[in-house]
Design a protein around this ligand. Structure first.
Ligand SMILES: [Mg+2]
Length: 302
């Protein structure tokens, strides 16, 4: 199958490609396989660490670049492009572009917070594996991977919402960027999934698809369910808000381009939205029918 124009898919994990409660991705499996055969990159764009996401990526059978820790860094497998992307460093089999200072900088700021906040929060790095397992329903091995953070510190808030806002204000004044995730808020630098998306899309545009695009912008599809996905959805050509079982769709401050809101939750909504979007990208009728038939048969089974 040939697509009419190059596309890159950027996808959040928790609550989007992975079920909010069970972390299951079975309903998206056949769609991932289909996208792989079309050579469309699926860039996992997540608050997770490199260690966590590489294991998941293998299970998902995806080999594209990764955006980790809420856009703090982009990890690009060295065989993605013929040359080293600008402003990157080498880390094993990856070229790495980072967008903010590393974790030690943010831990110092948190440790220096006023005494009034003592006992009102727990940071990831101070939690034992057992405590983390209890808070997240991760397995012990998963919790260990989650603790390998390089660029920021997730905070579990124990106090009331008023003191939480004051704490967030202290962090912001100290130069941190605070992002509300599903279960934690993340303290990191001035990075977000949107900036990382824009940077990586530019690398694809200049290093891989230059001739094919002939001056046109590359098409980016972003999928996410939470507040921490909004910058990414804002930056993409097509934004897919995946329905969450625990909160309403976050609203866009300003949005002019295409927005899709899924009817189904998590990985089921993910698959259905991409099936529909990709079907519109196929030129010949037979290819289009093949795709729509597969949506219909999925709908029957779902
Ligand atoms: Mg999410």
């Amino acid at each position: 199958m040939e697509i009419q124009q190059p596309i890159i898919i950027f996808s959040d994990l928790d609550g989007t490609l992975l079920d909010h409660y069970t972390y299951d991705f079975t309903p998206a499996k056949s769609t991932i396989a289909q996208i792989n055969t079309l050579n469309i990159p699926i860039v996992l764009t997540t608050s997770k660490t490199l260690v966590e996401v590489t294991t998941l990526q293998q299970n998902l059978e995806i080999t594209s670049p990764l955006i980790i820790e809420n856009g703090a860094a982009v990890y690009i497998p060295k065989d993605t492009f013929k040359e080293q992307p600008i402003d990157t460093v080498c880390d094993g089999n990856y070229w790495v572009k980072s967008f903010c200072p590393d974790i030690s900088h943010w831990l110092t700021i948190i440790e220096q917070s006023p005494k009034e906040f003592n006992g009102l929060y727990r940071g990831f790095s101070s939690l034992s594996i057992e405590e983390l397992v209890e808070l997240t329903s991760l397995t012990p091995k998963g919790a260990e991977s989650a603790k390998c953070r390089q660029y920021g510190e997730p905070i579990h808030w124990l106090g009331d919402s008023k003191s939480k806002e004051l704490f967030k204000q202290y962090l912001t004044d100290a130069g941190a960027n605070v992002l509300q995730g599903g279960r934690f808020f993340h303290v990191s630098g001035d990075c977000d999934k949107g900036k990382a998306l824009t940077w990586l899309a530019t690398q694809y545009q200049t290093l891989l698809y230059k001739d094919l695009l002939d001056g046109e912008s590359i098409t980016t599809i972003a999928l996410g369910d939470g507040e921490n996905d909004m910058a990414m959805l804002q930056a993409a050509s097509v934004a897919v808000q995946v329905r969450s079982p625990v909160h309403p769709f976050p609203s866009f401050p300003v949005r002019k381009l295409d927005i899709v809101q899924t009817r189904k939750f998590g990985p089921e909504g993910w698959a259905q939205a991409l099936q529909t979007l990709l079907a519109t990208q196929f030129s010949s009728e037979s290819q289009y029918n093949q795709i729509t038939n597969s949506i219909n048969s999925e709908a029957k089974h779902g």
